[in-house]
Every structure is written in C-alpha cells, then in structure tokens.
Design a protein around this ligand. Structure first.
Ligand code: ATP
Length: 235
C-alpha cells in the first residue's frame, strides 16, 4: 500500500529523517517505534504531505505521490490522526466528525457519522458537547473517528495512547485491533512498544532519523537488544 524509498526530511540544518526506506502492506498494521526525536512524527508528516521531503520517493498503491498536496492525499486515502489528538476544541463532537469527511458527499458523511456513534457510543452521548470538554481518552476516540470519516485506505496513527491512563490505553489498542481485523491498513507510531507490536504484523525501529532494526512484530517482541538498547524497557 505504501512504499517509502530513501526519504530524507530536513528542518533547516537539522536532518530529521535520513534516507529512510520501508513499506506498509495492504490490510496490515505496521509499527514505527523509537526514542523521542527519532523522526517518527516527521515521517508520518511527510507521508500525509504536511512536510516536504528533500529527497526520496513515496509510492501509494504503486503511484508516486511525493509531490502531491496534503489535501489531495486525503482524497486519495492517506489520512493522519495527529499526535496530541488536535481536535477542534471549540467545535462540537459532531462538527469535528463532519469536518473529517469534508471531501465526501454529505449524504455519506451523515450516514457514517451514525456509524461512528455506534462504534464509539461516548461520541453519541456527547455529540453536542465542545470537543475540548472531552477527557483525553474521549478526545483520542474522536480524533480516530474523525480520521475514519475520511474513509482512509491507510490510517497514519501518531501516538494514540500518549498520556492516557492504562485502562484507556487498552481501550485505544482494542480499537486499533478491531480496525485491523476489519482490514484497515494502519501505520502506527507508538512509544508503547510492547502493546503496539502485539497488534502489528511488522515493526520498524528508528533512531536519529534512520532505521536501525526491522522485522516481523513477533520476532521484534522477543528481541532483547531492542528491549534494552532502543526502548530502555522490557518488552
Ligand atoms: P517524539 O516521540 O518526541 O514525537 P519523533 O520520533 O516523532 O519524536 P520528530 O518529532 O519527528 O521525532 O523529530 C525529529 C527531529 O526533528 C528532532 O530532532 C526534532 O527536534 C526535530 N524537529 C521536529 N519538528 C521540527 C520543526 N518543526 N522544526 C525544527 N526541528 C524539528
């Protein structure tokens, strides 16, 4: 579904991503893990078109989209759920959902809003509440639902469990698992490596803008070097 070849992204003198190559297979979850500042968010931003790479190629379903604008990528099916939720705090839950589908026919958007409310009952209960009044976990559900409203072919999920209590972390991972079981292609960025690898088929480990390790998720989960060197935790 996604094929990234030699991606390099710079911010002035800082090379945040350096010649990165990886792929995300159709209907699978791939996880990008690594320490803070490794370049994970920058990679997702380059895939969604929010930042421009200075070198490299992005192929989406075989098509070169490296120069395609961000809004066209949304229409093509590449949808990002950004780190920190970034819901529109002063707008209602429904308005946030509606915005997620802004490039789609209104009749489909209305139908899919109902579906989102079935999937996430809390969003139905709070449909007229300002999004900013929701808890962190509820806002994350809204951010994912808003992303799904765009009918993604590939969903770029940036740190969905960040800052959430353990029970909510589990709820968010269960949602990602459900989406995977429905055949949704997902590229997941997570600090919570163990749980992310449990629901992924393949994992990539980044450090200082480059890949340092990759492999099937179950192999990475039992990799002691990964646990000790790259994540500073037992996975
Ligand atoms: P985190 O887990 O902390 O979000 P990350 O792996 O997602 O980290 P990035 O946010 O992509 O890493 O950052 C990669 C590098 O690029 C870091 O050195 C960061 O300081 C730098 N960087 C990120 N965004 C910008 C920016 N807008 N301007 C300048 N430098 C940036």
């Amino acid at each position: 579904m996604l094929e990234i070849q030699g991606l390099t992204v710079t911010y002035g003198p800082v090379e945040a991503v350096s010649g990165l190559s990886f792929h995300v297979a159709c209907g699978t979850v791939a996880t990008l893990i690594g320490p803070n500042g490794a370049g994970k968010t920058t990679t997702l931003n380059a895939l969604s078109g929010v930042v421009r790479p200075s070198r490299g190629k992005i192929l989406f379903d075989g098509r070169d989209i490296t120069r395609m604008s961000a809004h066209r990528r949304v229409s093509a099916g590449i949808v990002q759920v950004p780190e920190g939720r970034q819901v529109l705090a002063g707008m209602s839950v429904r308005e946030n959902l509606e915005l997620g589908g802004y490039r789609r026919p209104r009749c489909e958007v209305l139908r899919d809003m109902e579906r989102m409310e079935e999937r996430f009952p809390i969003l139905r209960d709070r449909r007229y509440a300002p999004a900013g009044s929701l808890s962190g976990g509820e806002q994350q559900m809204l951010a994912i639902a808003r992303g799904l409203m765009a009918k993604p072919k590939v969903l770029l999920l940036d740190e969905p469990s960040l800052g959430l209590a353990p029970k909510l972390v589990t709820a968010i991972f269960n949602i990602v698992r459900e989406l995977r079981d429905e055949g949704q292609t997902i590229l997941l960025v997570e600090q919570n490596a163990r749980q992310a690898l449990v629901i992924s088929s393949y994992g990539y480990v980044m450090e200082s803008g480059s890949l340092v390790l990759e492999g099937p998720a179950d192999e990475l989960r039992s990799d002691q070097k990964l646990a000790q060197t790259y994540l500073g935790q037992t996975i």
